[in-house]
Design a protein around this ligand. Structure first.
Ligand code: ATP
Length: 319
């Protein structure tokens, strides 16, 4: 293995730069040339490929976003698009590819492996919705951003004796909402993994009110519904006034936490190890604080599971 490529794809996540840096530096350490492919699979098809040096990844470990940029490419979902991508890689003499992204990006990586081009995936998404890893790169930073926002909202909520409904990202996964709700002592956490009962939410809000609570925080995962709909329901069914905050894209930005930087560095290092061992079609991850790898195929057919013990604890603590 003398030349490899690295790209970031799908939604950007804090820590992607630390993962790129790890792949590039560890590659160079092992006398492997590393090429950066800009703008994800779209840039791959168009040959937006440049050789990376040690200095190319200097001063980026603490930066959010991705220096390789990201893009969505419908062309790459087609056989012709994938073949064009492989042709570009071959023109540069690149023998293997590291893909940093979410499950959509791994579908592309799996296609490349099926066509005989060795590819390794690193899970990079704030949503924490990938099976085969306890955490994805970016989740911890997004979580801390949400907690910071809720702390601020809590100040105004308690000053005005208000109920705030905060909508967190996560696509179909409730991890950001559940973890941030737990970390911030939210009274109610709505996640797609669990049905909710509006009567029960109203009952709890009223009970809290009677015992003199000055504010309530409800965290809604975007996959469980919209915060505005929950607010409208509370107004219509119980006459309860609320304030809604949709956190949106601030959750994707910012300097990665120490945890995300270290995780990204470890996963990047493992991706390089696998390629040097001649492995392909794998995703690296972290399970019980061990760096592991799984076949991408099993990741694509598997399902991310939220921790049921955390759900139970959240119920027990929010009485
Ligand atoms: P996030 O979870 O942050 O949205 P993602 O990796 O799931 O990240 P997607 O937009 O789903 O984001 O996928 C990124 C890119 O991966 C797509 O734009 C496309 O180029 C490629 N891709 C997705 N699905 C396939 C597929 N079935 N075959 C080949 N390539 C695919």
């Amino acid at each position: 293995m003398k030349k490899i490529g690295v790209l970031t794809s799908g939604g950007d996540a804090p820590g992607m730069n630390a993962a790129i840096r790890s792949v590039v530096r560890k590659g160079i350490f092992h006398d492997v040339e590393v090429y950066g492919i800009y703008q994800g699979y779209s840039g791959l098809i168009f040959g937006n490929i440049h050789k990376m040096e040690l200095g190319s990844v200097g001063d980026i470990i603490h930066r959010g976003g991705t220096i390789l940029h990201s893009a969505r490419s419908d062309d790459f979902k087609t056989y012709d698009g994938q073949m064009k991508g492989i042709e570009q890689l071959k023109q540069f003499g690149i023998e293997a590819l590291v893909v940093i992204g979410g499950d959509g990006s791994f579908k592309g990586a799996e296609k490349l492996t099926e066509h005989g081009f060795p590819t390794i995936g690193i899970p990079g998404t704030i949503d924490n919705d990938i099976p085969g890893t306890d955490f994805t790169v970016g989740f911890d930073t997004a979580l801390n951003t949400v907690i910071d926002a809720i702390d601020k909202i809590r100040d105004t909520a308690s000053s005005h004796e208000r109920t705030f409904i905060i909508e967190a990202m996560g696509r179909d996964a409730g991890d950001i909402a559940l973890w941030s709700g737990l970390a911030d002592g939210a009274e109610t956490i709505l996640i797609p993994e669990e049905d909710y009962d509006m009567d029960n939410i109203i009952h709890r809000l009223r009970r809290g009110n009677h015992r003199g609570k000055r504010h309530s925080i409800i965290v809604v995962a975007e996959g469980a519904g919209s915060a505005s709909d929950v607010a409208a329901d509370l107004k219509e069914n119980a006459g309860i006034d609320t304030r809604v905050t949709v956190l949106g894209h601030i959750q994707r930005g910012g300097s990665p936490t120490a945890y995300d930087r270290v995780l990204a560095s470890r996963l990047g290092g493992k991706a390089l190890d696998l390629l040097l061992e001649g492995e392909a079609g794998k995703m690296v991850g972290i399970e019980n604080n061990e760096i592991v790898s799984h076949n991408i195929q099993s990741i694509l057919t598997g399902q991310h599971k939220i921790d049921p013990q955390l759900i139970r604890l959240a119920h027990e603590l929010s009485i």
